[in-house]
Structures are given as structure tokens and as C-alpha cells.
Design a protein around this ligand. Structure first.
Ligand SMILES: Nc1ncnc2c1ncn2[C@@H]1O[C@H](COP(=O)(O)OP(=O)(O)O)[C@@H](O)[C@H]1O
Ligand SMILES: [Mg+2]
Length: 369
């Protein structure tokens, strides 16, 4: 019997629905799902779970350490706790520029206050002042300023000009911030991606109050809509395969028909029935349940059962992950890597496209009720 566990915090609707759905599908035969129960954490000792869906360790360091030990002992943790520990939004954007996904022009800003236990001597490698002229010219105004590792719309600012930037930056304490070009969008989407292959594209209106944000409809029509959906699906898959997330959402702001990835570091994305709505909720519960079962079936005792993104696997294999970036042996390796990337994307798009097309239509329809 293999166990699938879910580790969660304050959310109320998704965990119960997930456990119930897995058990409905498997009928308790060979695979069961339950809430993770921890009564002690001993180094090097396995947990009883083949698979754990992690919805909370971003806020609970104790759980994060528990999950790393679980992974070491063979648990397939969704999402990979090692990668999530390493990742942040600036790196996400940097990687996007290398894998052909459009992102707003973005720069990293040092924190307003010195990190605890550091002082001005800790920053002797920084030039004062920074080259603000180039930075402002690159990003432009208005701009968005937001934490380089954050979420939930916390400390996200729209800044209108230099003075406004100084005023708002002064409020950000020790947070390292991104300064980002504003994408003035004609439409906006939020896309679930599960297992680096199942994609659901949801029209989303970030300017609505929280409970009405999914109450939106796609504006593009006909061929333009088709093309936009296919492009977003391709970008969602590229990002999640490169980063190695099995459960993530990607947000796009569409400007002149081009989807720019805005926020794609959401490894415990909101899946609450009351915010995403019934149809999206059903898709997430069903897809997450099917995917967890898939992972439990593929699980091999005593092995590393984590997913890793191509950024890590190619790096570890000394394969250039970024074809354009190679200098020596450029042609051969470029060809090989490009082929690899194309094949995997094409394969994944085929796998996901049917489902996504169906579900996108369903999601759009459900908004008409
Ligand atoms: N570069 C941008 N251009 C336009 N709108 C943006 C940009 N960055 C953020 N926003 C708006 O701010 C919201 C919150 O920013 P986001 O990057 O998603 O942060 P969080 O991770 O906290 O959700 C987005 O949903 C979007 O509406
Ligand atoms: Mg967001």
C-alpha cells in the first residue's frame, strides 16, 4: 500500500477535496491519501509517504526541513523542497530570458535597510550611487516594484516616477525588491500547471476585488485567441519544465497580443473553491489527484523520486541548458540542445493541449452562468 499525504496550512477546501478524490479514484486499493501526520522527525529516517503534496512549507521552516529529509528517503515531494528553497522571482525572470519566454524588463534593487547583523562594510562591493540613469532608462515609468521573493500581493507597488520610487522604497525595510517595466495589458491570464504537462488557462482580472478576479472572459477572438492560447501553453510548459515545478501557476499580462510572464513563482498557488470558482476548483482537484496517483505508481522505494527542472539536470550533466549561451563547440551543442528543447516542448504541448483546450473553453463558459 502506498500513501499519498497532503501537508497544508490555513486553506480549507482543497486538502479535503484532494484526499477524497484520490481515495475515490483508487478505492483504497494499493494507494490511499490522507493528511500528513508528524509526531517526530528523526534524521535519516523515512516517512510513511510515497508522495507528499506540500502546500505550506514556504511559511513553515520546520516543515521544509522535514520535507527535505522525506525526499532524501524517497518521498516524491510536490514541489521539490530543494528547488523551492533556491528559487526566487529574479532568477525566474533571468531564466525566462534564456528560454524564449517574454518577461517585463526587470532589475534587482538592494534592500533599503542593511540585513540584520550587517553594516555599510558589508556593502563595499556596491557602487554608490547605483547607475540609476541606466536603470530608469531601461525600466521606464510607471513601473512595478515588488519583493524578489514574495507573493500574495504583499509589498507590490506601482511607482509613477523617481520621487515616488524613493518614497515607496523607503517603506520596504530589508526586502530585496525588483523594479519592473509596467505591462499595460489588454488582458490577463492565470494558468495552473500540474506535473509539468497539464495546463489550465484561466482568464483573470487582477483589477477586480479578490473574490471576482476569476470572473473574467477572454477578449481575443477566433484565430488570435487560438494563437494566444497555444503560445501561453507553450510558455507555461517551458517555464515549469525549466524550473522543475510540478504544481505552479503562471500569470500573463497580454500587451499587443504578446503574453508577458508576470508571476510564475507560486508553488502553493491559491486553489480555494471560493476564489478560483467551481470549474477551476474541479480541474485542480481532479488533475492533482490523478497526478499524485501517477507519482505514487511511479514511486520506487529508496530512490530519489523528486522532479528536477531542466535548469538543474542540464547543469548537473554539464549540458548547456541555454543553447545561445555556449561559446566553444557552439554549433554542435546548440543544435543538440535546441533539438532537445523543441522535442520536449512539442511532446508536452501535445499531451496537454487537448485537456487545456477543453478546460479553457469550460472555464470561459462557466463565467457566463
Ligand atoms: N510588470 C507588471 N505590469 C503590470 N502589472 C503588474 C506587473 N507586475 C505586477 N503587476 C500587477 O500586480 C499584481 C501582483 O503582482 P505579482 O507579481 O503577481 O505579485 P504576487 O506574487 O505578490 O502575486 C499582478 O497580478 C498584476 O496585476
Ligand atoms: Mg501574482
Amino acid at each position: 500500500m502506498k500513501k499519498i499525504g497532503i501537508l497544508f496550512g490555513q486553506e480549507n477546501t482543497f486538502p479535503a477535496a484532494f484526499v477524497e478524490r484520490v481515495n475515490q479514484i483508487t478505492k483504497g486499493k494499493d494507494i490511499v491519501a490522507e493528511y500528513v501526520i508528524i509526531d517526530k522527525v528523526l534524521q535519516g529516517e523515512p516517512t510513511e509517504y510515497a508522495v507528499i503534496i506540500d502546500r505550506i512549507s514556504q511559511d513553515v521552516p520546520f516543515y521544509r526541513a522535514y520535507l527535505k529529509n522525506a525526499a532524501l528517503n524517497g518521498t516524491a515531494v510536490i514541489n521539490n523542497p530543494f528547488w523551492w528553497t533556491a528559487d526566487e522571482k529574479f532568477f525566474n525572470n533571468c531564466l525566462a530570458t534564456k528560454i524564449g519566454v517574454p518577461v517585463p524588463k526587470t532589475v534587482l534593487l538592494p534592500s533599503k535597510e542593511h540585513p540584520t547583523d550587517t553594516n555599510h562594510n558589508s556593502f563595499r562591493n556596491l557602487k554608490y550611487p547605483l547607475d540609476w540613469d541606466s536603470i530608469f532608462k531601461y525600466v521606464g515609468f510607471p513601473a512595478y516594484m515588488k519583493p524578489h521573493a514574495g507573493g500574495g500581493w504583499k509589498s507590490v507597488y506601482k511607482v509613477t516616477d523617481v520621487q515616488d520610487l524613493w518614497t515607496k522604497h523607503a517603506e520596504t525595510g530589508q526586502l530585496v525588491m525588483l523594479l519592473q517595466e509596467e505591462i499595460v495589458f489588454e488582458e490577463y491570464f492565470r494558468c495552473y500547471c500540474i506535473g509539468q504537462k497539464y495546463v489550465r488557462i484561466m482568464p483573470y482580472e487582477p483589477r477586480n476585488p479578490h473574490h471576482l478576479r476569476y470572473d473574467a472572459q477572454m477578449k481575443a477572438q477566433g484565430e488570435a485567441a487560438k494563437k494566444l492560447l497555444a503560445t501561453m501553453e507553450d510558455y507555461v510548459l517551458r517555464l515549469n519544465k525549466a524550473l522543475g515545478y510540478d504544481f505552479n501557476t503562471v500569470e500573463f499580462a497580454v500587451r499587443e497580443g504578446v503574453p508577458y510572464a508576470i508571476d510564475f513563482c507560486n508553488p502553493a498557488p491559491d486553489a480555494d473553491l471560493h476564489s478560483v470558482g467551481e470549474a477551476n476548483f474541479e480541474w485542480v482537484v481532479e488533475t492533482a489527484a490523478q497526478y499524485a496517483i501517477e507519482r505514487a505508481k511511479a514511486h520506487k522505494d529508496g530512490q530519489n523520486n523528486l522532479s528536477w527542472g531542466t535548469f538543474v539536470t542540464y547543469s548537473a550533466g554539464y549540458t548547456p541548458i541555454i543553447p545561445e549561451a555556449t561559446s566553444s563547440g557552439k554549433k554542435a551543442s546548440k543544435k543538440a540542445s535546441t533539438k532537445k528543447a523543441t522535442e520536449s516542448t512539442a511532446e508536452a504541448v501535445t499531451e496537454a493541449s487537448e485537456d487545456s483546450k477543453k478546460t479553457t473553453t469550460r472555464s470561459t463558459k462557466s463565467k457566463n452562468k
